[in-house]
Design a protein around this ligand. Structure first.
Ligand SMILES: [Zn+2]
Length: 368
């Protein structure tokens, strides 16, 4: 799908999604996915309109307007974009048989969504997850500056697909690996975490129109009313069409509660992969144990007294200086880091509590 700019001096860009095997048979390009992927970009870069040379779903038209207005309130730099469709707006239809899918990268949030769904529903229930969609191209380093998929990153993705395939056999779901360049279209990290991330996941969900009628989008564990962020309960559902509904999951849960839940599950302990993958973990490790997200997750596990049991982490303890040195990029991250304090106090780890408090004090001092 080609993207041409009108108010920006930016080159023509191509957005792609690709898959192999059985996934390729049910993955279909459609304009709704394109519109979802492009609306945040157009708003962030002050385009006046988003003209899609195709037809769009009526429900999505209303939804994109809602999302755009939220973005404008949160980030005044954004424009209000006039969404147009050359072939008009029409209703779309879900498949006759209800089938639910979810996004799953192997991280804490997606695994918790799968686990809770399996605990809540029998496999023959219409709300039971039938498939998991996992994406390559969401990480900044997956695509190089020439637009090529990075071989080492593809190898790491195949390792993830291998683990999620083993999980698929154990938990009875189909796995759909999809590769995309959507992250490389993002004009920087700030755009991606504030507006792009949720749209990217919702866009790929719409490519499964005709096979799944609903795709679940896991919350990031910051509660039902988190600070402005790209996956947010206030607008996640507005990325829906009538053919594929997008539904937020576990908005009520904290990240710590999700981690606790996963430690009581064999595959949670073995496959939990919160790592940012800034660097590919060495020696086949699942997590690097060094990045902000790894450290934050390990703090939670230490507080729960469970780090020893979680084989997905090779490290079995943390030094306070390691905690103090992690980056805290926005208020949501600060809040998530603060969630670890209570359990660590109960676990008698005052050294790590002081390191967190010192890090948060530095964050709030420098923020003003
Ligand atoms: Zn890491």
């Amino acid at each position: 799908m080609d993207l041409v700019w009108e108010n920006n001096d930016r080159p023509r860009q191509t957005l792609y999604f690709e898959a192999g095997g059985k996934t390729a048979e049910i993955l279909h390009a459609n304009a709704n996915a394109f519109a979802i992927a492009c609306l945040p970009l157009a708003a962030w870069l002050n385009e006046e309109r988003l003209l899609v040379e195709d037809k769009l779903c009526k429900r999505l038209r209303y939804g994109l307007s809602s999302i755009n207005q939220v973005f404008k309130q949160w980030f005044p730099r954004c424009s209000l974009v006039d969404v147009q469709a050359s072939e008009g707006f029409q209703t779309t239809r879900p498949p006759d048989q209800r089938r639910v899918a979810t996004l799953l990268s192997g991280g804490v949030d997606g695994l918790a969504t799968l686990r809770i769904n399996r605990l809540d529903y029998p496999l023959d229930h219409p709300e039971s997850i039938k498939a998991c969609i996992t994406l390559f191209g969401i990480n900044k380093f997956d695509i190089d500056e020439q637009g090529n998929q990075v071989p080492e990153r593809l190898d790491a993705f195949e390792a993830v697909v291998g683990r999620l395939s083993e999980l698929a056999d154990a938990e009875n779901y189909e796995l759909h690996p999809v590769r995309t360049n959507i992250r490389s279209l993002a004009p920087g990290y700030s755009f991606w975490v504030k507006m792009g991330f949720g749209a990217g996941h919702s866009a790929v969900s719409q490519l499964f129109q005709g096979t799944y009628d609903k795709v679940l989008l896991a919350s990031d564990g910051d509660g039902p009313n988190p600070p402005p962020v790209a996956i947010h309960p206030v607008f996640n559902q507005h990325f829906s069409t009538d053919a594929v509904r997008i539904q937020s999951e576990q908005d009520e849960m904290t990240r710590l509660q999700k981690i606790d839940l996963l430690t009581d599950w064999e595959y949670g302990r073995r496959f939990m992969q919160p790592c940012h993958y800034v660097h590919i973990p060495e020696g086949g490790a699942i997590n690097c144990g060094e990045c902000e997200k790894c450290v934050r997750t390990m703090l939670s596990l230490i507080g729960l007294g469970k780090l020893d049991e979680v084989s997905a982490f090779e490290q079995k303890d943390l030094k306070p200086i390691r905690v103090f040195l992690i980056p805290v990029s926005h208020a949501g991250k600060a809040k998530l880091l603060g969630q670890a304090i209570g359990p660590l106090q109960k676990a008698g780890r005052s050294d790590l509590v002081w390191a967190i408090r010192a890090r948060l004090a530095l964050y709030y001092l420098l923020r003003h």
